[in-house]
Design a protein around this ligand. Sequence first.
Ligand code: C2E
Ligand code: CA
Ligand code: CA
Ligand code: CA
Length: 276
Amino acid sequence: KDGKNRLEFYDNNFDGTSYKRLDLEKNMRDATSNACKEFEVYYQPIFDVGKEGNQCTGAEALVRWNSEKLGFISPGEFIPLAEYLGLINPIGQYVLEQACYNCKYWNDMGHPDYKVNVNLSVVQLLQNDIVDVVSDVVKKVGINPQNLTLEVTESLAINDMSRMKNILGEIRKLGIRIALDDFGTGYSSLNHIKEIPLDVIKVDQSFVNDIESDEYAHSFVKLVSELASVIGVKVCIEGVEHAGQYQILKDMKVRLIQGYYFSKPLPLEEFEIKYL
Ligand code: C2E
Ligand code: CA
Ligand code: CA
Ligand code: CA
């Protein structure tokens, strides 16, 4: 009855997730071909706590999907599927453009140093023309490339290290910065900070979660920030939720902090009301 000679079958043994996935897939394809209008970019401020008064330095762009049919879906749920389906490229490009436009506006509105961080998944990074895609957006928007940081995760570094290094090197030649996200969760983390051309290390949230109670987590964060300062790389600690964690990080001389302690990710208007 659905037309187009389509056949659908139902099997009681299906767990709900298969249906959910099919539904997600169809709706995501529709949303993507509809100019990504259902996707919205939220901004979570990142603070420099080394400065007087804890200054906002800009924000990380985090995508949200408010599907007309399925409701609100978190990125943890739809990004992996978007990667699998190849839809992460158009969605990611949309996020990149929005983030650059918005940051350019902040820069023009009296915050010339505000920076924006955009997450780039492996699939995006390994698409053939990623360097052109990024470079075109930067030129089109007119953002100062120094104010754009691309966040990549460690996991991607494993397979084709030389290709990865090449691409990231090309991107850095444009003046754009690279951050290594979720640091400490991947394989052979310490090797990567030596191998990959990068500007910022973002230590995975799991370490700060335990920083008050677990000596290993505490030492890890301390070690990484010391090592980073030796090699001239910045450190950003994300997932900071409590004053206790914040104080420990300040005592360690960590400068960049992101987390609910300061602010959750905010819709654009709210970010601008608070931080412009
Ligand atoms: P991520 O890049 O590691 O982003 C940090 C996540 O931690 C965000 O979740 C953020 O909302 C959350 N977070 C921030 N501060 C705190 C805190 O104090 N406590 C706790 N418990 N969580 C905090 P979100 O927005 O749900 O994003 C989840 C993941 O989805 C991101 O992890 C990133 O890997 C991916 N993602 C989000 N937006 C994009 C995007 O535009 N492109 C790509 N490729 N991936 C994205
Ligand atoms: Ca990130
Ligand atoms: Ca992270
Ligand atoms: Ca993550």
